[in-house]
Design a protein around this ligand. Structure first.
Ligand code: SIN
Length: 497
């Protein structure tokens, strides 16, 4: 194979951050079979590394290691765990250049966006290093004079952490930092296309002083993923599964986890509506839509997939959005000024092409983009389409690409009905200046998160998550810690005589 194992490593300031192994019980190791799978740069299809193709056997070893380590880890004080998570946080910030480069190479994200994601990832280590000290219980007034009642919160146990390729670092810290803070131990299974951001973060966690067995990482190719996924979901020592990814995979993981009644957190598909009302500030709405739609080339579960624009301002909004979209620089994420990177795989490109050609065949008009970019076979031009209707695939299915479909509407009731006409319920956005309308629409939209005059709303201090088929549970914020805790009620009798 024409591949030099040290290629990526030599580009890093700290070459030990490029780890092509899984991590179990405090040690970097290969799969027992010696089998590996390949990871390619989506910008130019060059091979960037190999990872062990783990099986059920390594998964069981990782779960057992996590289970053994849990005994000690859960007994540390919140403050002691907090110190270790804070060390991890500081190492992430210190190594931002290397972490961002690894991400750009395996995910394709423009280097500035990768740096932005490393900062985003570090917000969770920052937040949960503090929250580790705040797993508060309650005292509850008893109904009888001779009893006292309290609740305490205790760690759930071993958690299976299954993370996506679109935010390969932030989704690790958004799940692992609260798990560690709560006193849980973890087995991480990163996406097969982007494992190196995860191994670099695990290396830093190890250096930060996370004890052996507390964090484990197993890798497996997308093709063989079920042998690892099935074990994580059915092994009785795993008490929780936290997953970010598609609704279909989430549904299957939930079904498998039902066999051992695990706690689950599922952050699934989005299909977000973005509504621009006639009283909106159009320039602000264009700016918010750009930030929302083209983040990570549209490969974001909270990205707008249907942009509803009031008929009075539709043409002006469409023209301004198309102009700005056409100005975006589509390029290999390593190049200066890159704004739109490649789509993750050819399958992702084919899905975008299918949605666009289906919409075109049913009458949609492409006002910019609508085709591959010359930069390479996985680069798709930022696209704005008008005259999108509800018989098109794009109206009901997540596109996960840089395509902005515009739909005209004339009244509030109609647009709320259209926005809610989906089985998804992750995020919704709208632009308006009317305070009455703002409250009415925010309350009426059936989504777990609402952006009002804001295109990007992700933050560590607010609970991230969806309703309906977009998932269960919340990540980040105080709620994010609770997802890794069980409540125990303790009743004391015989207090008064
Ligand atoms: C996601 O798309 O999975 C996460 C996006 C975010 O955290 O903002």
């Amino acid at each position: 194979m024409d591949f030099d194992d040290t290629n990526l490593a030599t580009k890093l300031k700290d070459k030990n951050l490029f780890r092509q192994k899984c991590f179990i019980n405090g040690e970097w190791m290969d799969s027992e079979s010696g089998k590996t799978f390949e990871i390619y740069n989506p910008s130019d299809s060059t091979l960037i590394g190999l990872m062990p193709n783990c099986s059920k056997k390594e998964t069981i070893f990782a779960i057992e290691s996590a289970n053994n380590a849990w005994e000690k880890w859960k007994k540390l004080s919140g403050k002691d765990r907090s110190i270790i998570i804070r060390n991890w946080h500081e190492l992430i910030i210190k190594n931002i250049d290397d972490l961002a480069l690894i991400m750009t190479l395996e995910n394709g994200k423009p280097i500035n966006d990768s740096r932005g994601e490393i900062m985003y990832a570090s917000w969770f280590t920052d937040w949960f290093s503090e929250e580790a000290k705040r797993a508060y219980g309650k005292t509850i007034p008893s109904t009888t004079a001779d009893r006292r009642i309290i609740t305490i919160k205790q760690p759930v146990g071993v958690c299976g952490i299954i993370t996506p390729w679109n935010f390969p670092s932030a989704m690790i810290t958004r799940k692992v930092a609260p798990a560690l803070a709560a006193g849980c131990t973890v087995v991480i299974k990163p996406a097969g296309t982007t494992p190196f951001s995860a191994t670099a973060l695990v290396e830093l966690a190890h250096r930060a002083g996370v004890p052996k067995g507390v964090i484990n990482l197993i890798s497996v190719s997308e093709k063989d993923v079920s042998q690892v996924g099935d074990e994580l979901c059915t092994n009785r020592h795993v008490r929780k599964i936290s997953f970010t990814g598609s609704t279909n995979v989430g549904r299957s993981l939930m079904a498998k986890s039902a066999s051992t009644i695990k706690k689950v957190s599922m952050e699934l598909g989005g299909h977000a509506p973005l509504i621009v009302f006639d009283d909106a500030d159009i320039d602000e709405a264009v700016k918010g839509s750009m930030a929302n739609k083209y983040r990570n080339s549209g490969q974001v579960c909270v990205s707008a997939n249907r942009i509803f624009v009031h008929e009075k301002i539709h043409d002006e909004f469409a023209e301004k959005l198309a102009k700005k979209s056409a100005e975006l620089k589509v390029s290999d994420g390593r190049k200066e000024g890159a704004q739109i990177g490649p789509l993750i795989t050819m399958a992702a490109v084919e899905k975008v092409q299918d949605h666009v050609s289906d919409a075109k065949s049913k009458g949609a008009k492409i006002i910019t983009g609508g085709e591959l970019d010359n930069e390479g076979r996985q680069f798709y031009k930022p696209t704005v389409m008008t005259e999108v209707t509800n018989d098109m695939k794009i109206f009901y299915e997540e596109t996960f690409g840089p395509v902005a479909p515009l739909i005209k509407f004339s009244d509030d009731e109609e647009v709320i009905q259209m926005a809610n006409d989906t089985s998804y319920g992750l995020a919704g956005y709208f632009f308006s200046k009317d305070i009455g309308r703002i409250w009415r629409v925010a309350e009426a939209l059936e989504y777990g998160m609402i952006g009002v005059n804001a295109g990007v709303i992700s933050t560590e201090v607010a609970p991230f998550g969806g309703i309906k088929e977009s998932g269960v549970g919340r990540e980040g914020a105080a709620e994010g810690l609770d997802e890794y805790l069980e409540i125990k009620y303790i009743c004391f009798d015989g207090i008064s005589n």
